[in-house]
Design a protein around this ligand. Sequence first.
Ligand SMILES: Nc1ncnc2c1ncn2[C@@H]1O[C@H](COP(=O)(O)OP(=O)(O)OP(=O)(O)O)[C@@H](O)[C@H]1O
Ligand SMILES: Cc1cn([C@H]2C[C@H](O)[C@@H](COP(=O)(O)O)O2)c(=O)[nH]c1=O
Length: 689
Amino acid sequence: MADDWIEDFERVKRASLFAQAHAVEELDRALQPMEKNPSDYKITKREADRRRVALEALRDQCTRQTPTSEGARAIGARIHNQKKLLKQQDSAISDIRKGVDKISELGYQLRDETHLQVGLLDSLHADVEEADDAVRRETRRAQGFLAEPGDCSFGVTNLFTSLEEAANVVSCAVSVIGELKPHAAAVRGLLATPPAGHARVVVVEGLDGSGKSTLARRLADDLGATAAKTPPASMDASREAFDRVGGPAARAYYAVSNYAFARELKPEGLVVCDRWYGSTIAYTVGQDGRDISSFDASVFRWPRDLPRPALVLLLRVSEDVRARRVAARRSSTTWNPWDDRLRRDPALGRRIFEALRRLDVPVVEIDADQDADGVLRDARRLVRNLVLEDCATPLGELRRRAARLGLCDVATGRRNNGVSWTCALFVGGRLRFVSVAGVDDFGIYLLAAGGEDLEKARVALLQGEAPFEEEWRAQNGVLRRLTRAEFEIFCGSQLEALELFSRFVPSSLDLLVGGSLGASRRTRWERDDTTQRCWHPPVEISPFYEEQPTVDRPLVVPAITLVLILLAGTTTLDAVGTSQVARTLGWRFDEMNNLAADSLPPPPDHASRVVEFCLRSDDDDDVLATCLENMIASRTPLLVVDERPDNEDDHQPFDAISTLLGDHRVPRMEGQITVRTVVDFVRQHAPLA
Ligand SMILES: Nc1ncnc2c1ncn2[C@@H]1O[C@H](COP(=O)(O)OP(=O)(O)OP(=O)(O)O)[C@@H](O)[C@H]1O
Ligand SMILES: Cc1cn([C@H]2C[C@H](O)[C@@H](COP(=O)(O)O)O2)c(=O)[nH]c1=O
């Protein structure tokens, strides 16, 4: 473009110069004749000069207008620069053009890509809406669940028996319940904390105001242990919010708090903790409203995923003392939803306490009505004996085991209610009756079931019911304390005695288990022949009465067996009444339902017992009849005491039994039944009386 312009400029300039030169020549030619003869042309000299001057000026101008070679060079240089610049511009423009092409190409790609993305976004949008719907549905479901819970573990509402169950509900609660949302981060943080090691934990349990925190603090001081509480302080900030929300959220919160406490345990040392899982389960089950005895034992099992305590000290306190202590403490600002409930509903407190007693960890009760020093003294002794003492002695092991199984109260040395004192042991073809009265700091107390044969029995299995050992203790020769050297008898419960059995008994063992008639069973334990170490679980081989073991030598021979016919729950002549009868007669009392059928020759030196045999309306009549036949066959002297009310219509199933006893002319007593009338009746009929 610049080239064209320069050429045009030069061309025009040249043309103009040429035209001017031509004009000057023409003028010259015209002037020549005039100059020769100026008059002809009527032109004055002056005019001619003027014209000449003009011509000269014109020429001069022409000359000036013709570029000099220097000017031309400058113009050339400028032109050259312009050309260079233009070239650079051209190349920039071509680059720009290329860029623009590229950009437009990318633009097309981008457009395609955008279409694709828009499609994807549409489908994502649909997915998100669907997910939103699902979340809304789930949230509604969770809110419904949290507002109105269904059954949880073991059919008990709001019972959470593992961290997973409880943590799910807590997480759900903090995400859907507005009041709990502020605690979400803290609670989730706790759930994410990895578990620590295990210290030995002694737990203090009991109802509100029973003195737990006081004891936990003092005991920890006394033993140089660490005092703790559940929920741990790390969960305090959210406790009140969960308490106010109540329901499953609160129960799950407490369940989770047990694990939070376990996470804070150090590997070593002793910790005394104010409440633990026991409270969680007891306050949950207590709230359920059902009678505690109606729950299966599995409900009270310590969760598998939670470390077990070494001992639970359960503070037993009377309601008026408890109420006084709570009232005295009421100035406290902490809001506790249970304070009022327990005051208004003492039955709730009783259920909670009963539930605590049933925990399947070692639970020992302490009388907490006494002053704080007395409570501390008892607690210190129990912890020293059960937790801190050397575990290596068989006796220590036995004591701990017995306490862990809930068989005895180690504080008093008494066998717990519900624990049998008699077991029939059938070893190597011989039947043994062995009784364990209790286990205390000094050893196990055994009832002399057969005196000198005692040491031959090697395993005592504790089951059944009979809370009379005090009476037995008082009797000389009845109760024996084993020394360490004699110590060959171990106790265990049916399922937990496995390892003990494996150390003391031969490879196969039949056991007769049970106290009351209907519960009696014969089971067999078999040792694994290959390893000789583990035992198969007991196989129930028959009800006792169907397959009788051979009785080699009877250890208990009754002077009289009172056959009591009564309606369940309406008896005056219960075990206590019968023992009074025996005492009045100067005899010993035994409660022995399962007498073997055959050959019970009564050696005179053992014939000083009254044995109670109860028939109840809820027993199976076939079983009763079979047992009675066995007893009749064994020539045990029987007396029937029929305690049914006169107007009782439903005499079945007793009528068949009455007939059976009548056929054998067993003396029978009816009507007014008191200890006195029964004593007279026995005196009248028993050969030794
Ligand atoms: N053995 C005792 N004799 C008399 N007073 C006691 C005894 N133990 C505790 N107390 C008092 O009774 C009140 C309640 O005791 P404490 O707070 O230890 O009970 P708690 O079982 O921990 O109650 P909560 O479970 O409600 O926290 C306190 O004022 C305490 O000082
Ligand atoms: C640990 C625990 C406690 N609770 C309830 C029972 C009590 O009434 C209150 C207050 O107990 P604290 O001894 O004053 O701390 O909490 C519960 O229901 N479940 C539990 O696990």
